[in-house]
Design a protein. Sequence first.
Length: 315
Amino acid sequence: MQSIISIQNVGKTYAGGFTALKSVDLEIERGEIFALLGPNGAGKTTLISIVCGITNPTSGTVLADGHNIQREFRAARSKIGLVPQELSTDSFESVWNTVTFSRGLFGKAPNPAHIEKILRQLSLWDKKDSRIMALSGGMKRRVMIAKALSHEPAILFLDEPTAGVDVELRRDMWEMVRGLRDNGVTVILTTHYIEEAEEMADRIGVINHGELVLVEEKHALMQKLGKKQLTIHLQNPIDTLPQGLDAFGLDLADEGNQLVYTFDTQREHTGIAELLRALNQQGIEFKDLHSSESSLEEIFVNLVHQNQHARQPAG
Ligand SMILES: Nc1ncnc2c1ncn2[C@@H]1O[C@H](COP(=O)(O)OP(=O)(O)OP(=O)(O)O)[C@@H](O)[C@H]1O
Protein backbone atom coordinates (compact mmCIF):
# COMPACT_ATOMS: atom_id res chain seq x y z
CA MET A 1 0.00 0.00 0.00
CA GLN A 2 1.18 3.52 -0.79
CA SER A 3 2.63 5.42 2.17
CA ILE A 4 0.48 8.27 3.43
CA ILE A 5 3.49 10.58 3.47
CA SER A 6 6.42 10.18 1.19
CA ILE A 7 9.47 12.36 1.83
CA GLN A 8 12.07 12.00 -0.88
CA ASN A 9 15.52 13.52 -0.81
CA VAL A 10 14.36 16.57 1.13
CA GLY A 11 17.01 19.15 1.95
CA LYS A 12 16.78 22.65 3.39
CA THR A 13 19.36 25.40 3.41
CA TYR A 14 18.06 28.62 4.99
CA ALA A 15 18.67 32.00 3.37
CA GLY A 16 21.65 32.68 5.64
CA GLY A 17 23.36 29.59 4.24
CA PHE A 18 22.69 27.25 7.17
CA THR A 19 21.79 23.72 6.12
CA ALA A 20 19.12 22.49 8.52
CA LEU A 21 18.26 19.31 6.58
CA LYS A 22 20.59 17.35 4.38
CA SER A 23 18.80 14.74 2.35
CA VAL A 24 15.94 13.14 4.18
CA ASP A 25 14.06 10.11 2.85
CA LEU A 26 11.16 8.86 4.92
CA GLU A 27 7.95 6.96 4.28
CA ILE A 28 5.16 7.26 6.85
CA GLU A 29 2.71 4.38 6.79
CA ARG A 30 -1.04 4.81 6.95
CA GLY A 31 -2.44 4.61 10.47
CA GLU A 32 0.82 4.56 12.38
CA ILE A 33 2.07 6.75 15.21
CA PHE A 34 5.52 7.94 14.24
CA ALA A 35 7.73 9.74 16.74
CA LEU A 36 10.49 11.99 15.51
CA LEU A 37 13.19 12.41 18.11
CA GLY A 38 16.24 14.60 18.11
CA PRO A 39 18.11 17.13 20.19
CA ASN A 40 17.39 20.88 20.01
CA GLY A 41 18.09 22.30 16.58
CA ALA A 42 18.26 18.88 14.91
CA GLY A 43 15.80 19.89 12.19
CA LYS A 44 12.50 18.41 13.39
CA THR A 45 10.41 21.55 13.07
CA THR A 46 12.01 22.34 9.72
CA LEU A 47 11.01 18.91 8.42
CA ILE A 48 7.45 19.23 9.72
CA SER A 49 7.12 22.72 8.24
CA ILE A 50 8.21 21.42 4.85
CA VAL A 51 5.78 18.50 4.95
CA CYS A 52 2.97 20.89 5.89
CA GLY A 53 3.88 23.29 3.08
CA ILE A 54 4.83 26.17 5.41
CA THR A 55 8.49 26.14 4.37
CA ASN A 56 9.74 25.27 0.89
CA PRO A 57 12.46 22.66 0.66
CA THR A 58 15.68 23.51 -1.16
CA SER A 59 15.59 20.06 -2.75
CA GLY A 60 13.38 17.01 -2.89
CA THR A 61 9.65 16.30 -2.89
CA VAL A 62 6.93 15.55 -0.38
CA LEU A 63 3.71 13.71 -1.18
CA ALA A 64 0.80 13.77 1.28
CA ASP A 65 -1.69 11.05 0.42
CA GLY A 66 -0.34 11.15 -3.12
CA HIS A 67 -0.49 14.96 -3.53
CA ASN A 68 2.65 17.00 -4.05
CA ILE A 69 2.80 19.56 -1.24
CA GLN A 70 4.20 22.28 -3.50
CA ARG A 71 2.39 21.68 -6.79
CA GLU A 72 -0.94 20.58 -5.28
CA PHE A 73 -0.78 22.54 -2.04
CA ARG A 74 -4.50 22.78 -1.31
CA ALA A 75 -5.22 19.11 -1.91
CA ALA A 76 -2.18 18.02 0.08
CA ARG A 77 -2.72 20.47 2.93
CA SER A 78 -6.36 19.49 3.37
CA LYS A 79 -5.17 16.02 4.37
CA ILE A 80 -3.03 17.45 7.16
CA GLY A 81 -3.77 18.83 10.60
CA LEU A 82 -0.92 20.64 12.34
CA VAL A 83 -0.57 21.45 16.01
CA PRO A 84 2.41 23.79 16.13
CA GLN A 85 4.87 24.12 18.98
CA GLU A 86 3.93 27.69 19.80
CA LEU A 87 0.49 28.45 21.15
CA SER A 88 -0.74 31.22 18.89
CA THR A 89 -4.36 31.15 19.96
CA ASP A 90 -5.25 34.05 22.21
CA SER A 91 -8.41 35.65 20.98
CA PHE A 92 -11.65 37.09 22.26
CA GLU A 93 -13.47 34.46 20.22
CA SER A 94 -15.19 31.49 21.78
CA VAL A 95 -13.81 27.97 21.53
CA TRP A 96 -16.73 26.93 19.33
CA ASN A 97 -16.28 29.79 16.84
CA THR A 98 -12.52 29.37 16.68
CA VAL A 99 -12.69 25.68 15.85
CA THR A 100 -15.59 26.14 13.41
CA PHE A 101 -13.67 28.92 11.66
CA SER A 102 -10.60 26.70 11.24
CA ARG A 103 -12.70 24.13 9.41
CA GLY A 104 -14.01 26.83 7.08
CA LEU A 105 -10.45 27.80 6.15
CA PHE A 106 -10.09 24.45 4.42
CA GLY A 107 -13.21 25.06 2.37
CA LYS A 108 -15.14 22.33 4.15
CA ALA A 109 -18.90 22.59 4.61
CA PRO A 110 -19.95 23.28 8.22
CA ASN A 111 -20.37 20.14 10.30
CA PRO A 112 -21.46 21.02 13.84
CA ALA A 113 -21.73 17.32 14.76
CA HIS A 114 -18.04 16.83 13.97
CA ILE A 115 -17.01 19.92 15.92
CA GLU A 116 -19.07 18.72 18.87
CA LYS A 117 -17.44 15.29 18.68
CA ILE A 118 -13.89 16.63 18.82
CA LEU A 119 -14.69 19.15 21.56
CA ARG A 120 -16.15 16.33 23.62
CA GLN A 121 -13.16 14.07 22.88
CA LEU A 122 -10.83 16.79 24.07
CA SER A 123 -12.90 17.53 27.18
CA LEU A 124 -13.60 21.01 25.85
CA TRP A 125 -17.34 20.71 25.50
CA ASP A 126 -18.17 22.58 28.68
CA LYS A 127 -15.78 25.34 27.55
CA LYS A 128 -17.30 25.75 24.10
CA ASP A 129 -18.65 29.21 24.86
CA SER A 130 -15.59 30.42 26.78
CA ARG A 131 -13.30 32.97 25.25
CA ILE A 132 -9.93 31.49 24.31
CA MET A 133 -8.02 34.12 26.25
CA ALA A 134 -9.78 33.07 29.45
CA LEU A 135 -8.57 29.47 29.20
CA SER A 136 -5.63 27.88 30.99
CA GLY A 137 -2.50 26.95 29.02
CA GLY A 138 -3.49 23.29 28.96
CA MET A 139 -6.97 24.12 27.67
CA LYS A 140 -5.52 26.38 24.98
CA ARG A 141 -3.38 23.48 23.88
CA ARG A 142 -6.48 21.33 23.57
CA VAL A 143 -8.06 24.06 21.45
CA MET A 144 -5.03 23.98 19.15
CA ILE A 145 -5.60 20.26 18.67
CA ALA A 146 -9.33 20.75 18.08
CA LYS A 147 -8.50 23.35 15.42
CA ALA A 148 -6.08 20.95 13.74
CA LEU A 149 -8.74 18.23 13.68
CA SER A 150 -11.59 20.49 12.57
CA HIS A 151 -11.31 19.62 8.87
CA GLU A 152 -11.09 15.85 9.47
CA PRO A 153 -7.48 15.39 8.36
CA ALA A 154 -6.06 11.94 7.67
CA ILE A 155 -2.68 13.00 9.05
CA LEU A 156 -2.01 14.86 12.29
CA PHE A 157 1.30 16.51 13.14
CA LEU A 158 1.94 17.29 16.76
CA ASP A 159 5.07 19.35 17.36
CA GLU A 160 6.04 18.88 21.01
CA PRO A 161 2.44 18.22 22.05
CA THR A 162 3.06 17.90 25.74
CA ALA A 163 5.82 20.43 26.35
CA GLY A 164 5.02 22.17 29.60
CA VAL A 165 1.75 20.37 30.30
CA ASP A 166 1.01 18.58 33.54
CA VAL A 167 1.11 14.82 33.92
CA GLU A 168 -2.67 14.46 33.81
CA LEU A 169 -3.05 16.35 30.57
CA ARG A 170 -0.13 14.45 29.09
CA ARG A 171 -1.86 11.15 29.85
CA ASP A 172 -5.14 12.51 28.43
CA MET A 173 -3.35 13.52 25.28
CA TRP A 174 -1.74 10.12 24.87
CA GLU A 175 -5.16 8.59 25.26
CA MET A 176 -6.57 10.95 22.66
CA VAL A 177 -3.76 10.25 20.18
CA ARG A 178 -4.35 6.52 20.51
CA GLY A 179 -8.06 7.11 19.94
CA LEU A 180 -7.26 9.03 16.77
CA ARG A 181 -5.03 6.25 15.53
CA ASP A 182 -7.80 3.75 16.23
CA ASN A 183 -10.00 5.89 13.99
CA GLY A 184 -7.46 5.61 11.18
CA VAL A 185 -5.62 8.93 11.62
CA THR A 186 -1.87 8.82 11.04
CA VAL A 187 -0.02 10.70 13.77
CA ILE A 188 3.47 12.15 13.56
CA LEU A 189 4.80 13.72 16.71
CA THR A 190 8.03 15.29 17.79
CA THR A 191 8.99 15.10 21.40
CA HIS A 192 11.77 15.63 23.84
CA TYR A 193 10.15 13.25 26.26
CA ILE A 194 11.56 9.88 25.41
CA GLU A 195 8.99 8.35 27.72
CA GLU A 196 6.35 9.72 25.38
CA ALA A 197 7.87 8.02 22.35
CA GLU A 198 8.37 4.83 24.30
CA GLU A 199 4.75 4.88 25.40
CA MET A 200 3.11 5.93 22.15
CA ALA A 201 5.08 5.31 19.00
CA ASP A 202 4.82 2.40 16.60
CA ARG A 203 7.98 3.58 14.86
CA ILE A 204 10.71 5.98 15.81
CA GLY A 205 12.92 8.18 13.69
CA VAL A 206 15.98 9.89 15.14
CA ILE A 207 17.17 13.08 13.50
CA ASN A 208 20.48 14.71 14.35
CA HIS A 209 22.26 17.59 12.61
CA GLY A 210 19.72 17.52 9.79
CA GLU A 211 20.16 13.84 9.04
CA LEU A 212 17.80 10.99 9.72
CA VAL A 213 20.20 8.68 11.50
CA LEU A 214 17.73 5.91 12.23
CA VAL A 215 14.19 4.78 11.49
CA GLU A 216 13.02 1.68 13.24
CA GLU A 217 10.00 -0.08 14.65
CA LYS A 218 10.04 0.73 18.37
CA HIS A 219 10.17 -2.80 19.71
CA ALA A 220 12.81 -3.81 17.16
CA LEU A 221 14.86 -0.76 18.14
CA MET A 222 14.74 -1.61 21.79
CA GLN A 223 15.56 -5.21 20.99
CA LYS A 224 18.42 -4.30 18.70
CA LEU A 225 20.14 -1.56 20.63
CA GLY A 226 18.97 -2.36 24.11
CA LYS A 227 21.32 -3.90 26.58
CA LYS A 228 20.30 -5.90 29.58
CA GLN A 229 22.04 -5.90 32.87
CA LEU A 230 22.06 -8.60 35.46
CA THR A 231 22.95 -7.45 38.96
CA ILE A 232 24.14 -10.16 41.29
CA HIS A 233 23.88 -9.32 44.98
CA LEU A 234 26.67 -11.16 46.77
CA GLN A 235 26.44 -12.91 50.10
CA ASN A 236 29.84 -11.48 51.10
CA PRO A 237 31.58 -8.48 49.51
CA ILE A 238 34.72 -9.03 47.42
CA ASP A 239 37.64 -6.62 46.78
CA THR A 240 38.71 -7.78 43.35
CA LEU A 241 37.30 -9.94 40.62
CA PRO A 242 38.83 -13.40 40.46
CA GLN A 243 40.69 -14.05 37.18
CA GLY A 244 38.38 -16.93 36.38
CA LEU A 245 35.62 -14.37 35.74
CA ASP A 246 37.63 -12.14 33.37
CA ALA A 247 35.82 -13.34 30.26
CA PHE A 248 32.48 -11.93 31.45
CA GLY A 249 33.50 -8.26 31.59
CA LEU A 250 31.89 -7.82 35.00
CA ASP A 251 31.81 -4.61 37.00
CA LEU A 252 32.06 -4.52 40.75
CA ALA A 253 29.52 -2.20 42.34
CA ASP A 254 28.17 -1.17 45.72
CA GLU A 255 31.54 -1.50 47.48
CA GLY A 256 32.04 -5.06 46.29
CA ASN A 257 28.57 -6.21 47.25
CA GLN A 258 27.32 -6.44 43.68
CA LEU A 259 28.50 -7.80 40.37
CA VAL A 260 27.01 -6.25 37.25
CA TYR A 261 26.91 -8.27 34.06
CA THR A 262 25.93 -6.50 30.82
CA PHE A 263 24.79 -8.51 27.82
CA ASP A 264 23.23 -7.88 24.42
CA THR A 265 19.60 -8.83 24.13
CA GLN A 266 20.30 -9.80 20.52
CA ARG A 267 22.75 -12.54 21.34
CA GLU A 268 21.44 -16.06 21.21
CA HIS A 269 23.24 -17.07 24.39
CA THR A 270 23.18 -14.55 27.16
CA GLY A 271 26.03 -16.25 29.00
CA ILE A 272 24.12 -16.14 32.27
CA ALA A 273 24.22 -19.89 32.84
CA GLU A 274 28.00 -19.94 32.28
CA LEU A 275 28.44 -16.98 34.60
CA LEU A 276 26.49 -18.60 37.39
CA ARG A 277 28.49 -21.81 36.97
CA ALA A 278 31.73 -19.83 37.09
CA LEU A 279 30.62 -18.05 40.26
CA ASN A 280 29.88 -21.42 41.79
CA GLN A 281 33.34 -22.71 40.83
CA GLN A 282 34.94 -19.65 42.40
CA GLY A 283 32.96 -20.23 45.57
CA ILE A 284 31.22 -16.84 45.26
CA GLU A 285 27.78 -17.05 46.78
CA PHE A 286 24.93 -14.71 45.99
CA LYS A 287 21.65 -13.95 47.66
CA ASP A 288 19.71 -12.25 44.89
CA LEU A 289 19.63 -11.61 41.15
CA HIS A 290 18.03 -8.69 39.40
CA SER A 291 17.86 -7.94 35.69
CA SER A 292 16.99 -4.66 33.97
CA GLU A 293 16.68 -3.49 30.38
CA SER A 294 18.02 -0.22 29.00
CA SER A 295 15.35 2.33 28.32
CA LEU A 296 14.73 4.08 25.06
CA GLU A 297 16.25 7.15 26.69
CA GLU A 298 19.60 5.43 27.18
CA ILE A 299 19.47 4.13 23.62
CA PHE A 300 18.70 7.60 22.30
CA VAL A 301 21.45 9.33 24.26
CA ASN A 302 23.95 6.73 23.03
CA LEU A 303 22.87 7.18 19.44
CA VAL A 304 23.10 10.96 19.45
CA HIS A 305 26.40 10.77 21.30
CA GLN A 306 27.86 8.27 18.79
CA ASN A 307 26.70 10.43 15.94
CA GLN A 308 28.41 13.48 17.44
CA HIS A 309 31.67 11.57 17.86
CA ALA A 310 31.48 10.27 14.32
CA ARG A 311 31.21 13.88 13.09
CA GLN A 312 34.23 15.14 14.95
CA PRO A 313 37.32 15.32 12.71
CA ALA A 314 40.06 12.90 13.69
CA GLY A 315 43.17 14.26 15.31
N1 LIG B 1 14.26 30.65 9.50
C1 LIG B 1 15.46 30.17 9.78
N2 LIG B 1 16.60 30.73 9.32
C2 LIG B 1 17.81 30.26 9.61
N3 LIG B 1 18.02 29.15 10.38
C3 LIG B 1 16.94 28.55 10.88
C4 LIG B 1 15.61 29.01 10.62
N4 LIG B 1 14.73 28.18 11.25
C5 LIG B 1 15.50 27.24 11.89
N5 LIG B 1 16.81 27.45 11.65
C6 LIG B 1 17.93 26.65 12.16
O1 LIG B 1 17.78 25.33 11.67
C7 LIG B 1 18.17 24.37 12.67
C8 LIG B 1 17.04 23.39 12.87
O2 LIG B 1 15.95 24.05 13.53
P1 LIG B 1 14.59 23.31 13.89
O3 LIG B 1 13.70 24.33 14.49
O4 LIG B 1 14.12 22.57 12.70
O5 LIG B 1 15.11 22.28 14.98
P2 LIG B 1 14.28 21.35 15.97
O6 LIG B 1 14.85 19.99 15.82
O7 LIG B 1 12.82 21.51 15.73
O8 LIG B 1 14.70 21.94 17.38
P3 LIG B 1 13.87 22.09 18.76
O9 LIG B 1 13.89 20.73 19.36
O10 LIG B 1 14.71 23.04 19.52
O11 LIG B 1 12.51 22.60 18.42
C9 LIG B 1 18.54 25.18 13.90
O12 LIG B 1 19.94 25.29 13.96
C10 LIG B 1 17.89 26.53 13.67
O13 LIG B 1 18.63 27.55 14.28
